[in-house]
Design a protein around this ligand. Structure first.
Ligand SMILES: [Zn+2]
Length: 476
């Protein structure tokens, strides 16, 4: 029982004060404005002066074989009770990436209260990027070299209980269109990046349900956008002048595309944290982050430091004009435009990219979304009810209502007054189980200890070296 709590309604933006909430096993069974007789042996939580919000969802993450030590405790400690994981596997268990098998097992154990894990909503395939991203000895159909292989791929992932095919930049146009057309026949959808060989409008029209990252309109709405689609060189595609994209941005075209997205109910997950990193990598005030203690030395040395140095150099050599910062600011303006025009926005962070921290960064993303012009309640929606609707599970998640799952966050302060108040976490309910302050600091300590342990660092290194998927992804 949670007594005398203030419930934040993320749909209306109103607060219902001094409420009494009953949770039985994993669901909310009663909400009342007057106290009711306590059930014997029930855990009674005093909610006086506190605020209750639905568990937050991070709609763009990448988990791996070490997430149960390094990420899951931090998600829960931060009130992130659901994630949409954007990675996957091929036919074999990968030493580094996880697939639907691991994630569905974690979900089952969470449901039995034998594991501390966020809910993994919507299972992803491995990223489909044409033949280059597939290790040589994998079954041929993963390479998607012709349309006959599309059915084999869809059948394979249907059997793996995957929900969507993750699209990547280099997928050939005819294959992409065929995949988009046939996916629904197998009960799947497509989501992810926009392939570089076709326009955003074509991709939206083909039924892709979500587009990831802040750059999508910048790459699409400038005079040379069409010539980008003719490239067959990935590096060329991404090294095109960001300066030009910002300077010559065609906001009329962007608005047209946003309207098409709204009309098709296409979602956008801008993952602003990644662009923010690129923009601010040269600043010590940004890179000196207290959460670095949750990151393994191996990741910091092999991956993050390389990213910092590379972006630092770029930002400094641009003679006072930080193009990455302009790019970041421009994409924020586009989030504001898209939101105004009715494109559904979802909060996502891109954990484990550089300087993105499991759990912690979602709160920063919510703040960033408000700085783009979303109201506090709209930012909350982007991590609660909007993702629940996107995932087709609004019957069980997304708001605080009788019958829904008890994934809830208790806050000291009202996030409707200031979105930063989502960080004032007093307690977390996951599948009806309560984590108080003591448990929350245990969770954080656990991940901190794992990240600094020799054992975990060796394990991470070995799993990276042995992963054929990592080898092809970092080949170029
Ligand atoms: Zn990602």
């Amino acid at each position: 029982m949670i007594n005398n709590i203030n419930i934040v309604d993320v749909e209306t933006g109103k607060t219902a004060y001094n409420q009494f909430v009953l949770i039985e096993s994993s669901r909310i069974t009663r909400i009342d404005s007057v106290p009711f007789k306590p059930i014997d042996n029930s855990l009674r939580i005093d909610g006086t002066g506190k605020y209750l919000i639905p568990g937050l969802w991070d709609m763009h993450t990448h988990s791996n074989q070490h997430s149960e030590w390094l990420h899951h405790p931090l998600y829960i400690a931060n009130g992130v009770t659901g994630v949409r994981d954007m990675s996957g596997q091929l036919n074999e268990k990968d030493s580094y990436w996880v697939g639907s098998k691991e994630r569905l097992q974690w979900n089952k154990e969470l449901e039995n209260n034998t594991r501390v894990s966020p809910r993994y909503v919507l299972q992803s395939s491995y990223q489909m990027d044409g033949e280059k991203a597939i290790p040589e000895n994998s079954p041929n159909f993963f390479k998607l070299q012709n349309r006959l292989q599309v059915d084999s791929l869809l059948q394979f992932y249907k059997n793996e209980k995957v929900d969507f095919i993750k699209i990547y930049a280099q997928l050939p146009k005819d294959i992409y269109l065929d995949l988009a057309k046939k996916a629904p026949i197998y009960g799947l959808h497509i989501a992810g990046h926009k392939p570089m060989f076709l326009s955003l409008e074509e991709a939206v029209d083909s039924g892709q349900r979500s587009f990831e990252h802040g750059r999508i309109f910048l790459y699409e709405c400038f005079p040379e956008a069409d010539s980008l689609k003719k490239t067959n060189n990935w590096k060329d595609y991404f090294s095109r002048s960001k300066k030009k994209m910002v300077k010559q941005f065609d906001s009329v075209r962007a608005k047209e595309l946003m309207v098409v997205m709204r009309n098709n109910k296409t979602y956008w997950v801008p993952t602003l944290q990644t662009l923010k990193f690129e923009a601010l990598a040269h600043k010590d005030s940004f890179t000196n982050n207290e959460n670095l203690k949750y990151i393994t030395k191996i990741r910091k040395k092999l991956w993050w430091q390389y990213d910092v140095d590379h972006n630092k150099e770029k930002n400094i050599e641009n003679e006072g004009v930080n193009v990455s910062e302009q790019f970041y600011e421009a994409s924020k303006k586009q989030v504001a435009m898209a939101h105004k025009l009715g494109v559904p926005i979802m909060a996502g962070t891109d954990v484990t990219d550089s300087y993105v921290f499991a759990g912690f960064s979602l709160h920063n993303e919510l703040y960033e979304l408000t700085s783009c012009g979303l109201s506090n309640v709209e930012a909350l929606q982007s991590a609660t009810i909007v993702p629940a609707i996107f995932s087709n599970v609004e019957k069980d998640y997304g708001t605080i209502e009788i019958g829904k799952k008890a994934d809830l966050v208790l806050l000291d302060k009202n996030p409707l007054d200031d979105i930063k108040n989502t960080k004032s976490i007093k307690g977390v309910l996951l599948n009806g189980v309560y984590y108080d302050q003591g448990k929350i600091s245990e969770l954080k300590k656990f991940s901190e200890g794992a990240a600094s342990s020799f054992h975990m660092n060796v394990k991470t290194l070995v799993s990276l070296i042995n992963s054929p998927l990592i080898r092809v992804q970092f080949a170029d």
